[in-house]
Write a protein of this length. Structure first.
Length: 447
């Protein structure tokens, strides 16, 4: 009976989504831009024979290159015009945000509001182009080294390098433009959504490879082991949802003025502080940093022992640095997202106070202390889930499928899906419809 009621609510919610014209248009625009992105992932660079890309696809089937190919939705191994994906922009964003902490000029831009934000975005795009102009020749050199036969001999190599560099840079900037249009006119964060779509595109292939490996005896265990893997994957997804939605509520008492001028105690409310206020951004930032060794060594050069470890997602050094970066970026992104001083001022302005804590600076210090305490376990749990694919690989899971056991893939999928559903729910609640999340078992995060 309960399942019937739940299914009825879900169907009714879908009908409500269709009734809201603005929401219907936004969903349509999002699907259109995603389709354009996926179509471009199969448009090959001019002069490339796709039948001769076997060595490149073999190279991107394992190691750090497989993650790079996953983030591009397979465009990297297809020698597509979108081969470099959105990661150069993510790298540029990291650099600019670090400069916003260390350089006074960028600190001033951050305080200038919308005009300063536009300038920062402009500088981020300039830096993205610079990174692309460095990364594109490196990608083409690797393509020539691993799959030189795929390049038409009728094309002059110098002309090919120049034109293909321009095309690759333009392709990545076009992806960025698509992401911004999705953010403005569609649903969700466009850049995160594009990364998620690239990851989802690899999931069916990874699952069927794991299925074939278990059923043919290559990895052993048969269907029982595959069933266990699926159950563990579902448990990790639930853990990811709990991590991204967990909150710590601080009681806030509001005082109101009586007719005699005396303040009386008003209603008590709660200030929800997220355990992981940074969401999936630390994962994306950390992964972008871990891709740097590939760019520095130019893909095809002989790696040293250190670089070999850095290119192996299952090595102890890679996972240690990856976890440290995630914890660091969790604190960093939380610090620039949550402003305890502003929260304390807003609370004081509205005659609110935390019981037992004086308004003003003591309140800001208290909120900052609470955030520090809940961010530490949140960041540690985030780092643990991020390195779970390594443990999955130790149990014989194929690397392509193991990457979905936590790690970058799963957390980005869960985070982006939750944020997108939250936006859909907000549109429905504005028009007095039941939300998509509130009608199911997963409640909305708005609190």
């Amino acid at each position: 009976m309960a399942n019937k009621v739940s299914n009825h609510k879900f169907v009714q919610t879908i009908k409500n989504i269709w009734k809201v014209e603005d929401l219907r248009v936004r969903i349509g625009i999002t699907l259109l831009f995603v389709a354009i992105y996926r179509f471009g992932s199969f448009v090959v660079l001019p002069g490339i024979d796709t039948n001769a890309l076997g060595k490149l696809q073999q190279q991107t089937s394992e190691g750090l290159m497989s993650l790079l190919d996953m983030f591009s939705g397979g465009a990297f191994s297809n020698a597509s015009i979108f081969a470099l994906g959105i990661m150069p922009y993510i790298t540029a964003s990291i650099v600019i945000q670090l400069l916003s902490i260390a350089v006074p000029y960028f600190q001033k831009l951050q305080r200038e509001g919308e005009s300063g934000r536009r300038k920062i975005n402009q500088y981020t795009r300039y830096l993205t182009i610079l990174i692309l102009l460095l990364q594109a020749p490196s990608y083409l050199a690797n393509l020539r080294y691993t799959a030189g036969g795929a390049i038409s001999p009728a094309i002059d190599m110098g002309v090919f390098m120049v034109t293909s560099t321009i095309i690759l840079a333009a392709g990545s900037m076009f992806i960025l433009w698509l992401g911004e249009r999705i953010t403005d006119k569609g649903l969700g964060n466009g850049v995160s959504l594009i990364i998620m779509i690239g990851i989802i595109a690899r999931l069916p292939e990874a699952f069927f490879q794991e299925f074939a490996s278990r059923t043919t005896g290559a990895a052993g265990g048969g269907m029982v082991m595959l069933l266990i893997e699926v159950v563990v994957l579902l448990l990790v997804i639930c853990a990811g949802v709990a991590l991204l939605r967990g909150t710590r509520k601080i009681p806030v008492q509001y005082a109101k003025q009586s007719t005699g001028g005396m303040s009386v105690t008003g209603a008590r409310q709660y200030l929800p502080l997220k355990v992981n206020a940074a969401n999936v951004m630390p994962i994306i930032f950390a992964q972008a940093i871990m891709f740097v060794p590939i760019v520095l060594m130019g893909y095809s050069s002989e790696p040293s022992a250190f670089m070999a470890l850095m290119q192996d997602p299952t090595s102890w050094l890679y996972n240690l640095l990856f976890a440290i970066l995630i914890i660091t970026f969790t604190y960093f992104y939380t610090a620039i997202t949550i402003n305890p001083v502003q929260m304390a001022e807003d609370m004081k302005r509205n005659n609110g106070f935390i019981p037992g804590i004086k308004p003003g600076k003591p309140t800001a210090e208290y909120i900052d202390t609470v955030m520090s305490r809940i961010t530490l376990p949140g960041s540690l749990f985030l780092a643990f889930i991020a390195i779970l694919p390594t443990f999955a690989s130790l149990f014989g899971v194929q690397q392509g499928f193991a990457s979905f056991f936590g790690g970058t893939s799963l957390l980005i999928l869960v985070g982006v899906v939750l944020d997108t559903l939250q936006q859909i729910e907000s549109h429905l609640m504005m028009r007095h419809y039941d939300g998509l999340l509130s009608s199911g078992r997963i409640k909305g995060r708005a609190g």
